[in-house]
Design a protein around this ligand. Structure first.
Ligand SMILES: [Zn+2]
Length: 203
């Protein structure tokens, strides 16, 4: 049974998805997370129309990198194809977290990259965190090459923002990708609050 074989990966996905739901980084049934199955061209990914607090062995499936279901039943998240495109081309991606966290998304509305507002962010985000404008609620295929080429050329980049949509982080495992998602949100929040503080100091 695949759910027993990958019980540790499933547990880590359940834990991190529930955590981001509790933090209100992903409300409703959007967002997505996935992990690469080591040594295979397969990933474990959330089904479509499943909320982060509902992620469990029953709401995850195994697909190939083109979204074809290999284990479990149901349809993968609409955003699974972007995850697959990243796994195909970016070996350092072992797990991907995508959520619509409010401050990071708000920041992307008006900037072309994340400002590292804390020393911690500069330490953990090893390279530029760009904003991509993909004009849709789920990243259309025609934007995949732009995103994967950027990630391939900037091997320090472990996250990016989607204007009008949300944030994506990648790491060796889902726990680390989730830490980056939290840091992305915190960094954007501090940037926005810092701008307000600077404005009040200059009054
Ligand atoms: Zn999304």
């Amino acid at each position: 049974m695949w759910t027993e074989q990958y019980a540790d990966l499933i547990r880590s996905m359940e834990h991190t998805a529930h955590k981001l739901y509790r933090l209100r980084y992903q409300m409703s049934n959007g967002g997505n997370l996935s992990v690469r199955i080591p040594g295979e061209d397969l990933m474990i990914v959330k089904k479509t129309d499943v909320a982060f607090d509902e992620v469990s062995a029953d709401t995850l499936i195994v697909t190939d990198f083109d979204g074809n279901v290999r284990e479990g039943s149901g349809k993968p998240s609409k955003e699974a194809l972007l995850h697959g495109a990243i796994y195909k081309t970016i070996p350092r991606a072992g797990a991907i977290m995508h959520c619509h966290s409010p401050y990071a998304t708000a920041w992307a509305a008006a900037h072309d990259s994340l400002d590292f507002s804390t020393h911690h962010a500069a330490l953990k985000f090893h390279g530029v965190v760009p904003v991509f404008d993909t004009h849709s609620y789920a990243v259309p295929k025609e934007y995949f090459p732009e995103i994967t080429a950027f990630l391939a050329e900037h091997d320090g980049t472990n996250g990016f923002l989607l204007r009008g949509h949300g944030q994506v982080t990648l790491a060796s495992d889902i726990r680390m990708a989730t830490y980056l998602a939290e840091l992305m949100e915190e960094t954007a929040q501090i940037s926005i609050l810092s701008a307000a503080a600077e404005k009040s100091a200059s009054l």
